[in-house]
Design a protein. Structure first.
Length: 109
């Protein structure tokens, strides 16, 4: 298998695991769908954007040929491929925690 295929498989499995974790949380249906769509959509959107930039000759496909700005953008996009679904999962956990413990907070005047 080529490196590109292995990277895509890793990203797909990471997104799938995050979607499974989000679906197990006790959130409202709308919140679950929102967080699941974000966890799956962020890597998909980044992958398609980078592929279109390379296909449109706006970015070089080979890392050796890239300028410093292109290399920085490629590094940030590749980091977000893995980190993006994790950020969404943490956001869903924070939303769950907020909903769960919001009624316990008593504000005194």
């Amino acid at each position: 298998m080529s490196d590109h295929t292995l990277i895509y498989i890793i990203v797909i499995f990471n997104s799938a695991v995050q979607v499974i974790l989000i679906r197990r949380l006790k959130l409202s249906t709308g919140e679950k769908y929102l967080y699941c769509a974000l966890a799956a959509g962020i890597p998909l959107l980044l992958t398609l954007t980078m592929r279109f930039l390379i296909a449109g000759s706006l970015f070089h496909g080979r890392l050796v040929d890239q300028t410093q700005l292109e290399r920085y953008i490629t590094t940030m996009a590749s980091s977000l491929l893995i980190i993006g679904p994790w950020i969404v999962t943490v956001s869903a956990l924070i939303a769950r925690w907020r909903d769960r413990y919001a009624h316990r907070v008593v504000l005194s005047p």
